[in-house]
Every structure is written in C-alpha cells, then in structure tokens.
Design a protein around this ligand. Structure first.
Ligand code: NAD
Length: 396
C-alpha cells in the first residue's frame, strides 16, 4: 500500500517502513563517518531503544564501538492496513543493519516497567552475552503500571504552584498563540515522578546486579533536560523537572551501589530536539523552532545521533566526561551557550505568527517531526506501494 503521513495533534498515526529504515541508515552513516570510538562499550543494554535518544544511543554503541546490543521498547507491529509504529520499523532496520555488519542485536517489545520484561531480558543477557558493560535508560512514557502495587500511574506536563502562561506554537499551522496551564496537584506530581523518575532505573539496575549480569566497570546513564529559564515553569520547575530531580537522586544511589564493581552511574543532560516525547510538551516546540534556526546558523546544530555519538566518543569513553558541578554530563553545552540563549530571549519576546517564519526554523521542525515517522527521507519513493508488514528478526 501507499503510506502517507496522518497527523493527529502532536502524533503521526502512520509510519513508513522504508523511510524509517533510511532514517536509521542515515544515523549509522553519521557514526561511521566519524570513525571507530576508542574504548567504547562492547555489550550494551538500551532500555527505550526504538526512537529518539535511545535509538541513537544503540546506533552509536553498535556502529561506533562494534557493541553487541540488547534493546527494549514498547512498539506496535502492523495489522492489516494499519502500519506498525516508527519504533518498530526503526528496530527492524537496525537489526538488519547490525546483522549485515556482523553485530549481535536482540530486541524485546513490551513493558519495560514490568518484572516480567526485566526477567526476560536478564535471561537473554545471561545466555547470549554473559554480562553487559553499559546500560542506557532512555524511557519516555506517559504511564507506568507499578510492578509491585499494580497501580497505573500517569505523568503530566504541568507547572507547580501557580499557573503558567507563555507563548506557544500550534505545530499544525505555525500559529504562535498563548497557552495557560494550570498547576499540578500533589498527586499529579507524585505520579509523574513515579513514571519518569528514577525508581524504575534503580529496579533495572538492582535486578541486573542481583543476577550478576553487570560487568566490572559497568557504566549506566539516564537522560535529562534542563533548558532555558523561559521554559523552567513547565520543564525544570514543573512536574517533569521533579521527575528529573528524582532521576538525579537515583543516579547518586546507583553510583554508590556500583562502586564495589568499579561501576559508575551518570545523568547526561541532552539538547532539546524534536522527538515523539518532546513534541508533546507545551511551549517547547516553539523554543525548539527558534533554537534550530540559531544553532543551524551558528553551525552547532546536532540531531540525536550527533549528540549520542559525542556522548560516547568525547565524554563517556574519552577518559574525561567533563562533568558539571553536580556531576552531570552536559551535552546541552552548545544549546546553553550564552550567544545562543541571548538570541533566543530576544526572539522569544518578539516572535509572533507574522514573523515566525523569519525568526524560527519551522520548516526544519516540521521536517524533523515527519522524519521521526519515516517521511521526507531522500531517495524514498513515497508514491510507490510498500509492504507494511515488516518483522523484527529477533522477535518474530
Ligand atoms: P522517545 O519518545 O523518542 O523514546 C522513548 C522510548 O521509550 C521509545 O523507545 C519507546 O518505545 C520507549 N518506551 C516508552 N514506554 C515504554 C515502556 N513502557 N516499555 C518499554 N519501552 C517504552 O523519547 P526521547 O525524547 O528520546 O526521550 C528519551 C529520554 O531522553 C527521556 O528521559 C527524555 O526526558 C530525555 N531527553 C529528551 C530530550 C528531547 O528534547 N527529546 C532532551 C533531553 C533529554
């Protein structure tokens, strides 16, 4: 069938198999063009490995450092005329590319928050790899079923304390409007922390350690975001920011637990980029559109793959990760550069629907959004029939 994008709000309900494969191939090419990553990890578990930062982490580890990778994600296969999700096609393409390069790759589709998924992944690691030397935690989820209580917890993107009003972008039509978001109540804050905070990362590491599948010197990373003051009420000081604080708490606890193994836990603060998760955050798409224009003009723009390549190559495996005063790896350094942020503040104050096209890179935002679902890739014939039933070699 011919597959076209069907956009509903901040999600595209279709995905293009060849387009997603091309997107994965492009990311592999970026890593390969930079040459091998010295001292890179060799056996890597990526939790949340099918899209965004997790997929880029898996690609950078595999194709930069020849790592065997185990990936965990929650995606949907195709059903009749209904396409699979982009993360499904990405993972299928990744496995095919890994096999062609002689690299071990195994994937697990299901709920990473569950005890069952942890057991299944651990059994596979034991059987196939013995141990892993790197664990990436890159989940972004709107909900979590707690494995011990069975409670279904939901994360919300809300300010705390008082309502927040700011400029906002209607990503469907490029209209710059205003949005007011009411503050979260205590229960919403707690639930967001339970979904996006550090408890599940700790549960994974605990389970992996008890099963003795963590190699000496293992490194584990979870991803965070800080961003500029203008988004702080909805991000850093909002419900998601509380979850990220909890992730930092977990990092410190894990760091201590891994010390006897010579291991280390890290928080990597990454750049704001268009992903399925970030498109759902109010205000952020307007910020990203302004940011892309400025960083592209400055020659410092990166996508997920350049960020994750830099993470392994220049930070994690270089012997000097340049941690900040709080011990975090900062890949948002170029985003947060004073020259970039000064321009953002100026343009934020003056941006309107009328001058938006001139001040921001909306075309870049939209192109990136479509690319997440495999659309707009060069060399893909979107008018041709494509088979939407694609299997992931290690799953089917
Ligand atoms: P994403 O939506 O692209 O990826 C989320 C991943 O989690 C996917 O692989 C998805 O399948 C998986 N997932 C979700 N729920 C799951 C479940 N229950 N079980 C198994 N897998 C599940 O998101 P992203 O933007 O790459 O975010 C990853 C991390 O990076 C998050 O912690 C996010 O806060 C952080 N981060 C994102 C940005 C950004 O701008 N996008 C910036 C800095 C940090």
């Amino acid at each position: 069938m011919v597959v076209a994008p069907k956009i509903r709000g901040f999600i595209c309900t279709t995905a293009h198999p060849e387009g997603c494969a091309k997107h994965v191939a492009e990311q592999i090419a970026v890593v390969k063009s930079r040459g091998p990553i010295a001292n890179g990890p060799k056996k890597v578990l990526v939790i949340g490995s099918s899209t965004g930062y997790g997929l880029a982490s898996r690609i950078a580890a595999a194709f930069g450092s020849n790592a065997a990778t185990v990936g965990v994600f929650f995606e949907r296969a195709s059903e009749g005329d209904r396409t699979a999700t982009a993360g499904w096609y990405n993972s299928a393409a990744f496995e095919r590319e890994a096999a062609a390069a002689g690299l071990y790759a195994r994937s697990f589709n299901g709920d990473a928050f569950s005890d069952a998924m942890k057991s299944e992944v651990i059994a596979a690691i034991k059987k196939d790899l013995g141990q892993v030397d790197c664990v990436i935690y890159s989940l972004a989820s709107p909900r979590r079923t707690h494995p011990k209580t069975g409670e279904v917890l939901k994360s919300v993107l809300k300010p705390i304390g008082e309502s927040y009003t700011n400029k906002n972008l209607n990503t469907g039509n490029g209209v710059v409007n205003e949005i007011t978001i009411d503050p979260a109540n205590e229960d919403e804050i707690a639930q967001t922390v339970a979904v996006m905070g550090g408890e599940d990362w700790e549960m994974w590491m605990e389970a992996l350690a008890s099963a003795n599948v963590l190699a000496p010197g293992v490194q584990t990373l979870a991803y965070s975001y800080i961003g500029p003051v203008l988004t702080w009420p909805i991000y850093k000081n909002g419900t998601i920011g509380q979850a990220k604080l909890d992730l930092e708490r977990a990092q410190k606890a894990l760091d201590q637990k891994l010390a006897p193994l010579g291991g280390k836990a890290w928080i990597s603060v990454n750049k704001a980029l268009v992903t399925q998760a970030s498109s759902a955050i109010p205000v952020v798409p307007l910020y990203i559109s302004l940011l892309y224009k400025i960083m592209k003009a400055a020659g410092s723009h990166e996508e997920c793959i350049e960020q994750m390549d830099r993470l392994f190559r220049d930070r994690l495996c270089s012997g000097n990760p340049h941690p900040d005063e709080a011990g975090r790896i900062r890949l948002d350094d170029w985003e947060m550069a004073e020259s970039v942020q000064n321009l953002i503040s100026e343009r934020w104050d003056s941006v309107t629907t009328e001058n938006f096209a001139e001040l921001a890179d909306f075309a870049g935002y939209q192109a990136n959004f479509l690319k997440l679902f495999g659309f707009g890739l060069e060399g893909v014939d979107y008018s041709a029939d494509t088979d939407v039933a694609v299997s992931i070699p290690s799953i089917s």
